[in-house]
Design a protein around this ligand. Sequence first.
Ligand code: ATP
Length: 212
Amino acid sequence: MILKIRDLQQKYGALEILNIPSWEIEKGIYWIQGENGAGKSTLFRTLSGMLPYTGSIVLDGKFDLRKNPVEYRLRLNLGEAEPLYPSFLTPADLIAFVAESKKSPESQAEMLIEAFGINYLSNPFGSCSSGMVKKVSLLLAFLGNPSVIILDEPLITIDREARASLFGLIKAYYLKNVTFLLSSHQPFEHEGLPVSQSFALKNKTLVPVSAL
Ligand SMILES: Nc1ncnc2c1ncn2[C@@H]1O[C@H](COP(=O)(O)OP(=O)(O)OP(=O)(O)O)[C@@H](O)[C@H]1O
C-alpha cells in the first residue's frame, strides 16, 4: 500500500474539515475532485505534514508521518495551489535549498530547470510573474526521490509549453513508480494521463467517483 489513512480528523478551531475513517491507495495516478472549500488543500497539507491532525497516515507501508517524520517527508512532495515565497528569495536559492534537503540526485535540478524552461533563476520572487512562481513550485515537487507527489491545481497560471512539460514529467515519474495525487477543475484524462481512479472529497471524506 502506498498511502494508508485511518481515522483522520482535521479541524480549524472547532470547524471540522476532514473526517476520513479509512482510505488507502496502491501505486497510481489519482484525481482528487471537490467543490470549492471541500477541503482538498487541507487534505494535501495534512498529508504533507504541514498541519497537526488526529489519526494515522502511513506511506509505503512503513513510514508513519508521526513516528517517522523525516523518512516520510523525504518521500512525499507537495506542489501547492497558490505558492507564496518571500519576495527577496530567488528561484536559484530555493531550488538549491530544497534539492539539498530532499537529497536530490546530481543534475536532477538542472534537468527540471530545463524541462520547465525556467530562465530567470536569479531574479527575486518579488519580480517574478505568477506563472514563473508556479513553475518553480512545480519543479520543487519533483526534487529528490519521492514515492508520492501531490500537485494541488497544477495547471493554474502555467502556459501551454509548461503544461506539456509537466505532463511529460508526470508520465516519466509514474513509470519510475511514483504515485500522484492531482487536483484540478479540468479532467486529466483529456491530457493522456492514465488516471487510476478519481475520488471526490464530499461530506469531509473521500468517495470513489464511480460510487457517487
Ligand atoms: N487556515 C485556515 N483557518 C481556518 N479555516 C480554514 C483555513 N484554511 C482553510 N479553511 C477553511 O477550510 C475549508 C476547506 O478549505 P480548503 O482550502 O482545504 O478547500 P479546497 O477544497 O482546497 O477549496 P478550493 O477548491 O476553493 O481551493 C474552507 O471552508 C476554508 O474556508
